[in-house]
Ligand binder design. Structure first.
Ligand code: 3PG
Length: 305
């Protein structure tokens, strides 16, 4: 059996070592395709792979067609919007993610971005503090829960809304549950996005919603760029010069957002989960899930059932 790691954005070497140990202990061969720049490299590499470990790498019908031996794809991470689930099912390929394994890394970056924003991007201009401010978390999954924990350390007042998580589960975590997305933006000084990119959430963060932020509000996006309605947000931020937007996913309209001097920042490349720890956790979990599936048919974490 051959396991291929195909990562346009590579894992830390220590994570690759961990994956190698897991796969070799199971008697499998490990192949590595990192920093590829051309889809053809991926199409060639998957030709004889039985299992595939990816990150945000796109796995579409063309990749699945080229992967004649493929039985399983594990997205080492949370969001699997980069995998064509229908095509995978049609090809008889199991798709899994590794939920929770890189969540803390993303949550820590939220505060990296947030402190940078409220301290006016370290220009020396007087900023504000986080203590006593209201943080709104949308939604309350693995990352949202870590964000809540860290926010309490800063002395923030934490609110959350999640269309799929009952209010009592949010309250049980010591967080104020609110009844809607609109209400979350109304009550929060800072809103941090943790929703997946789905047909329902795409473009859902737009003008009317973000305009509910109070004066001096900050929007933090470490989720997906697709959830933002960029033209609407840009319009609003041009008008409301009190608002800030910091993101770990560079918008398509980055050049236009850059004109909002002193109120916008994007990392050059999504780096929320780019820590040694997150790479080790997610990478090794992916390898273990592959071994458990190929040896014992374990389908826990399958997302294309
Ligand atoms: C995820 O969905 O797990 C995160 O967005 C991390 O993505 P990455 O593996 O591309 O860094």
């Amino acid at each position: 059996m051959k396991v291929l790691i195909a990562t346009e954005k590579p894992f830390a070497p220590v994570a690759v070592d961990g994956i190698r140990k897991e796969t070799e202990a199971a008697g499998y061969e490990l192949a590595l395709l990192e920093k590829y720049t051309d889809k053809q490299q991926l199409l060639d590499a998957v030709a004889d792979a039985d299992a595939l470990i990816i990150r945000s790498d796109k796995v579409d019908a063309e990749v699945l067609d080229a992967a004649k031996q493929l039985k399983i794809v594990v997205r080492a991470g949370a969001g699997y919007d980069n995998v064509d689930l229908e095509a995978a099912t049609a090809h008889g390929v199991v798709v899994m993610n590794t939920p929770g394994q890189n969540s803390n890394a993303v949550a820590e970056l939220v505060f990296g971005l947030l402190v940078y924003a409220v301290r006016n991007f370290y220009t020396g201009k007087a900023g504000t503090e986080l203590m006593g401010k209201r943080l709104g978390i949308l939604a309350f999954g693995n990352v949202g829960r870590h964000v809540a924990r860290v926010a309490k350390g800063f002395g923030m007042d934490v609110y959350a809304y999640d269309a799929f998580c009952p209010a009592d589960a949010i309250e049980a975590a010591g967080v104020h549950a609110v009844g809607s997305q609109d209400e979350l933006f109304e009550v929060s000084d800072v809103v941090s996005l943790h929703i997946p990119a789905t047909p329902e959430t795409r473009q859902s963060i737009g003008r009317t919603l973000v305009n509910k932020l109070p004066k001096g509000g900050v929007l933090v996006n470490t989720a997906r760029k697709e959830v933002i309605n960029e033209p609407e947000l840009l319009d609003l931020l041009t008008e409301r010069t009190d608002l800030q937007f910091v993101t770990d996913i560079m918008p398509d309209a980055h050049a236009d957002f850059m004109k909002l001097e002193g109120r916008y920042f994007s990392t050059p490349k999504k780096m929320g989960a780019q820590t040694a720890e997150a790479n080790i956790n997610a990478g090794i979990a992916a390898a273990q899930q592959i071994v458990a599936f190929l040896k014992d048919g374990v389908t826990k974490y399958q997302v294309n059932k």
